[in-house]
Design a protein around this ligand. Structure first.
Ligand SMILES: [Zn+2]
Ligand SMILES: [Zn+2]
Length: 93
């Protein structure tokens, strides 16, 4: 796909949604960006966008997943599915 010219919703400047970025966004199933790189960086710095993600390998099923918290070394870490399963088990126990 060719580069797409997009107008930033924040500063109204035109920016390029590049082919490379489009790949990344589609791979991650994200919406096309509405802000230019500058505004995105500002927003990320404000901590309201793009939460940090940590790659984990589930201790229970071995699946690769991403979590929003820093996994503790030496502690079992679960993927979302197993985490949910554990939680609902606890709730209905
Ligand atoms: Zn902008
Ligand atoms: Zn798992």
């Amino acid at each position: 796909m060719p580069d797409v010219e997009t107008v930033c919703v924040q500063c109204k400047e035109t920016f390029l949604f590049t082919e490379k970025e489009q790949d990344i966004f589609y791979q991650r199933n994200l919406m096309a960006p509405q802000r230019c790189q500058k505004c995105r960086t500002k927003k990320a710095a404000a901590g309201t966008d793009a939460p940090r993600r940590f790659e984990i390998i589930c201790d229970h099923c071995g699946k690769h997943d991403q979590v929003s918290f820093q996994p503790k070394v030496g502690r079992p870490v679960l993927c979302r599915d197993c985490h949910e399963a554990t939680r609902s088990r606890a709730r209905y126990a």
